[in-house]
Structures are given as structure tokens and as C-alpha cells.
Design a protein around this ligand. Structure first.
Ligand code: SF4
Length: 475
């Protein structure tokens, strides 16, 4: 008996010890009860100790699959290795050399579908918190007032104009400035950032983050020409005369209408307008009148719908309800956004679709007629098709409806340039090199793809920058 006990002990000691994978370090957050009273950032960021512990979970894979999942091609194991060595600023700069918006992407990228979705650790355990680590080092560099300066080739005398100052244009500029080009970014508003600035609420992406990361580009020589709308303040033709190549990165800012009776009533608003009005007040001290109501309904189930609902929760409304035509499992919003909305008290009315909007005697919205839905066979998106249940219509009391069913390309820009080819939805058509049908004119980001992720726009912008460089090098 004693012998066999001893044998077991020896066997155990001689077996190679398995690596113990510690649980993922959760991101510290503001308490839901507190955070719905303010617009401060919900995520509080890792401490140095948390970042070091989480960085140790990375296996430093020789063939890292996480990088395969990053559209910006960030060298993930290398930046994590620098964290382990406590070289936080070097780590941030390594990321910045591949992705000019590390703090933005650390906050808003759907990492669960990208880098973290590919992390080998995720097959058995929780993946490495790559996004949280990127957030930590980017903030460390920002708080240390460190500025990334890229290695630049000597000026080559060629000039490129970027139209729009969203992530695609910022990526183009960051790549071309390294190659010795002069890059000017044209922005119609008085601050840069495009969808980052006006489309993402401050509690998810504070303005100072966007400001710092666009300032890095300015420090590297990129010029921002603000309050200048191409097609109004300067013509596209003038740009073509002035620059050797043009990049169009204007995003997809056109609201998709519901096409329902009563949609034009006072009290029915588009998500992009709502988010912009609130963000201007919160971040830039504007005095916009924000549409309010007692019972707010948000139509849609994507991230923009969650953004509107969570923004509305921070304003004085009695109830905030998401109305979505499918079930919770099919919602396109990030799981974390849905969870945060639930924690903050947003009501979810699922398998429900609006039918019409009803006004009071003053022409202001007072009710919305909805219909119950059931799920049928999968449609072209692969999700079960929502089918209205006949005779199931009923009335919801609501005095503010926010339409967050999606955005598409604004056709007005391309229609002012008759020779520029677009598809039937108004998206600019490009070839594999992101080149439009007009020589020397390139495009990427949401205006080409419709709304995708910030990092997808960065990936598109980087690809366009390579093509612009190739095109101008051959001239
Ligand atoms: Fe580290 Fe995961 Fe990337 Fe491997 S796949 S290097 S574990 S982050």
C-alpha cells in the first residue's frame, strides 16, 4: 500500500507540469448605478499590476493567430512582450507604428471577433485581453505626454488630399507621411475624427482620446483643414488640380429611413443626429436642444442602438426601451454593449417591429403601433427571418423614438462628381487596390463598405495608402 502511494507520488513529480492558465483580468468599470448619472468613461482601465498579470497569460506563440485577426496587422505578441518588460511607452509606440489609433481601438474594437477571437488561448480558456492591454499602454503613453514620431523618408514633393477625417483617412495619412508625402485632411466640421467624434458616445470614447491621437498625426506633419466641406467650400476639381492623388474617406452618414407612416413627426429622430447633438453638448460645450420625452424607444439592435439607449439612460427619461424585430441571440450589437445596456436598466422589447407613429393633437408623437414577430427560415444574412404575426398589432406609449436601424452612404457627395462610379446604394466602387474609376482617386472605409468597424476602416485606409504610394511612385 505504502509502495503504491510512493510510486504515484514519483509519477506525479516526473510528469511534465501543465502550464496553469490564470483567469483573465476583468476590466474595472464604473458601477452601473453611478455611471448612468454621468457621461464619464465607463471602463476605468487596467492598473500597471493588472496589465503585467494579464500580459503574463500570453503564450507568445511563434505563429500568433491573434495577428491574423487584426485588420491593422498589429504585432500583438511583441507589444505584449514589451509590457512584460515594463516598457509601456515602447509597447504603445510599436502599436502606433501599425495602427495610428491605439487608444481608440483598444476601447471600441470588437476584439472578441478580431484578435481575441483568434487567440489560441480562447480555444480552452478565456483569450488574452489584447484590447484591454492595448488600452492600457496607449493611455500610459498619453498620460506620460509621450508623442510617437514616425521614421520619415525625405520629402518627395508630392501632395495627397484626404476627404473626411475619420479612421480611414487618418490611416492613409499616417502611412503616407512616413513615405515623404505632404498630406492634407479636409474636414467639414470644426474638429477632426469623423464618426469617432460624433458617432460614439463620450462614455465609450472620450473626446480627449480622439484629440490626443489626431494630435499625434499633426505632430508628424499632417495638416488638418477644418470647417471645409469638399463640394461646397472647395470643389473636387480644385483638389485634383492642387494634389497628386486624392483619398475619399467620408464614411457612411446617411440615415436609413424606416419608411413608415408618421416617421416625419416631431418626436421621431435619427440616431446619428441624436448622438451628435448630445456629444457636442457633453464634449464641446454646445447648447444644442436635445429631444427628450418620458418614454423613449430606440428602434434597432446594433451598436448604434445600444449607444442611443445608453445615452438616453444618462438623460432624464422615465423609461428607455430597445425595440428589435429579432431575438436577443440575433442582435448584431456586441455582447458587452448589450450587457452594459441591461445593467444600466434599458428595457428590451424583442420580436417587435414598429408599424406606424401616432401624433397627438399638436402633431407631436404620442404612441407607436408595433407588431409582434416570429422567427422563420434564415435570410441572406444567415439569421432567422423575422415574420410579422398577423393581427398582433398593439400600441406602445412613447414620446421620443430614435431610429437606429442603420446608416448608408450619403449620395450627395458622389452625385456632385458625375464621373465617379458608385453602386445602387451610393457606395463608391473601388478595385482590389482601393482605386476608384477616376485615375489617382482612391477610397476606403464605410463609404465603400457601409458601416463596419473602426479597425476595418483603418485596414482599408492602409491598403489604399500602399496603392497611392505605388501609383505616385510610377508617375
Ligand atoms: Fe498571445 Fe493569444 Fe496571440 Fe498566442 S494567440 S500570442 S496567446 S495573444
Amino acid at each position: 500500500m505504502e509502495d503504491s502511494k510512493e510510486k504515484k507520488l514519483i509519477d506525479k513529480e516526473q510528469k511534465p507540469q501543465k502550464k496553469i492558465v490564470k483567469p483573465r483580468i476583468p476590466m474595472p468599470m464604473q458601477d452601473p448605478k453611478e455611471r448612468i448619472k454621468n457621461f464619464n468613461e465607463v471602463e476605468l482601465g487596467y492598473t500597471k499590476e493588472m496589465a503585467l498579470e494579464e500580459a503574463l497569460r500570453c503564450l507568445q506563440c511563434p505563429k500568433p493567430q491573434c495577428v491574423e485577426g487584426c485588420p491593422a496587422g498589429v504585432p500583438i505578441p511583441q507589444f505584449i512582450k514589451l509590457i512584460r518588460e515594463e516598457k509601456f511607452i515602447e509597447s504603445a509606440f510599436l502599436i502606433t507604428s501599425h495602427n495610428i489609433l491605439p487608444a481608440v481601438c483598444g476601447r471600441v474594437c470588437p476584439q472578441e471577433d478580431l484578435c481575441e477571437g483568434h487567440c489560441v488561448l480562447g480555444k480552452k480558456y478565456e483569450p488574452v485581453a489584447i484590447g484591454n492591454l492595448q488600452y492600457f499602454v496607449a493611455d500610459f503613453a498619453r498620460k506620460s505626454k509621450a508623442c510617437y514620431y514616425c521614421d520619415k523618408e525625405p520629402p518627395n514633393g508630392k501632395k495627397v488630399a484626404c476627404i473626411g477625417s475619420g479612421p480611414a483617412s487618418l490611416a492613409v495619412a499616417s502611412e503616407l507621411i512616413k513615405k515623404g508625402y505632404e498630406v492634407d485632411i479636409y474636414e467639414e466640421y470644426n474638429v477632426p475624427g469623423g464618426v469617432l467624434t460624433y458617432g460614439i458616445p463620450a462614455y465609450r470614447l472620450p473626446w480627449e482620446i480622439i484629440e490626443y491621437e489626431t494630435n499625434v498625426l499633426k505632430e508628424n506633419g499632417v495638416k488638418f483643414i477644418l470647417n471645409t466641406k469638399v463640394g461646397k467650400d472647395i470643389t473636387f476639381e480644385e483638389l485634383r488640380q492642387k494634389y497628386n492623388a486624392i483619398f475619399i474617406g467620408i464614411g457612411a452618414n446617411q440615415s436609413l429611413y424606416l419608411r413608415l407612416p408618421g416617421e416625419n413627426l416631431k418626436g421621431v429622430i435619427q440616431a446619428r443626429d441624436y448622438l451628435r447633438l448630445v456629444k457636442e453638448n457633453i464634449c464641446f460645450g454646445a447648447n444644442n436642444i436635445i429631444p427628450t420625452g418620458e418614454n423613449v424607444c430606440i428602434i434597432g439592435g446594433g451598436n448604434v442602438a445600444m449607444d442611443c439607449a445608453r445615452t438616453a439612460k444618462r438623460l432624464p427619461h422615465k423609461s428607455v426601451t430597445i425595440v428589435y424585430r429579432r431575438s436577443l441571440e440575433q442582435m448584431p450589437a456586441r455582447k458587452v454593449e448589450i450587457e452594459h445596456a441591461q445593467q444600466e436598466g434599458v428595457i428590451f422589447k424583442l420580436l417587435t417591429n414598429p408599424v406606424r407613429f401616432i401624433a397627438d393633437e399638436n402633431g407631436k408623437l404620442k404612441e407607436m403601433e408595433v407588431i409582434s414577430m416570429r422567427l422563420g427560415e434564415p435570410d441572406s444574412s444567415g439569421r432567422p427571418r423575422p415574420i410579422p404575426i398577423e393581427g398582433s398589432e398593439y400600441i406602445i406609449k412613447t414620446d421620443l423614438v430614435i431610429n437606429a436601424t442603420g446608416n448608408g452612404a450619403d449620395p450627395s457627395f458622389a452625385s456632385a462628381i458625375p464621373e465617379l462610379k458608385t453602386n445602387r446604394w451610393g457606395n463608391i466602387i473601388v478595385n482590389d487596390n482601393m482605386e476608384t474609376n477616376i485615375k489617382g482617386v482612391f477610397a476606403a472605409g464605410d463609404i465603400v463598405t457601409d458601416p463596419l468597424t473602426v479597425v476595418a476602416a483603418i485596414g482599408g485606409g492602409k491598403k489604399a495608402a500602399q496603392s497611392i504610394h505605388k501609383y505616385l511612385s510610377q508617375q
